[in-house]
Design a protein around this ligand. Sequence first.
Ligand code: UDP
Length: 411
Amino acid sequence: MSAPAPITKLIALDDYIPVVGAAEIEEMRALARRLGGRTVKMVNSTAVGGGVAEILNRLVPLMGDAGVATRWEVITGGDDFFEVTKGFHNALHGVPYEPGPQVFEIFQLYQQQNLSQMSFEEDFVVIHDPQPIGLVAAREQRPGHWVWRCHIDVSKPQPQVWDFLLDYIKRYDAMMISSPSFTRPLPIPQYLFYPSIDPLAQKNQELEEEFIAQTLERFSIDPKRRILTQISRFDRLKDPVGVIKAYKLVRKYADCQLVLAGGGAQDDPEGGQVLAEVREAAGNNPDIHILELPPWSAMEINALQRASTILIQKSLQEGFGLTVTEGLWKKKPVVASAVGGIPLQVIHKLTGLLAHSVEGAAYQIRYLLSNPAIAQRLAENGHEHVKENFIITRNLKRYLLLFLSLSGAAQ
Ligand code: UDP
């Protein structure tokens, strides 16, 4: 059975008035009213781990509170399915990939299996990422508006996988992408949708200094020495080993510690292997803290981000990089790779520093460590940039506008 995803806590749109103002919230309620009781279903492939689950956990209850009944369901699959879809994920990011003979069959089999267990009574169905893309077959039985929300940088996909998915993509009403650079030649419209963070979620809310201190103590991190941190699933595309290499270069000149913290996601089978590679690269260096976090670590991640001197996101490929958004929101200096949606957030020398290599990342980190006043100015700018563009209420508003436009209810 496809599982209804857990929703952590009741949240209300009015809670966001102090963040975005009452007028913005009233506008959203007005847009929701125009949808006149129409309903929404969101489908993805993991309830925890990764940016999509992070967003849906907050967006779904907020949509409900705005007056648009929204269900979130998570598809199921065996290890064989998630190995295939992880291969697809990497291939869409442009990583070389040789699909074996059964790959496409396994994918289709699980689409059928999930289809037979789900029903789609809603007016709008939003399918997130490639894993559940084949559910679009259900629209043949019942009319409704179907959109594919692609969170991946598909600007240079491996053609075999892209062509296979294209047959599904064409059956949607629209595709939503995270950056203008991800557009593809397609017969359906493509809409730009920035991902978002929730400033009121445990992951981003203000924390007591005492909790931050306790978290450092729990993980044996020295609060008196500077801390560089990358929070990410242990995934090769997040380049944790590259982070260690950059850290080692920095460490020759500046005293600091490194924290690599992350857990897994239900739909990512490669985590254990990558973690082993990371541990090997770290050796027994006592200044490199590799933290394997369980899925309920939002407060700990928040504390680690807040305790850090610099946040790193040295991804080789990236959809958007919510960890960057989270860091900027917390007014932290960020050094990140110029890939995927990251340059939309880190505007070089304005809201953070971009890098293109291990050496580049090390150089930018050293620069910020030596120039704390500049680092702080970038971080303050970063916070404003996030507030303006990447807050969850913005995301909600765009969804409401999209639904209105698809249903013809917009004026
Ligand atoms: N995250 C988490 N636990 C972890 C690693 C990451 O909760 O162990 C969160 C992180 O704080 C962020 C999201 O998962 O909110 C990752 O989103 P991002 O867009 O950076 O990367 P993705 O994992 O979706 O590729």
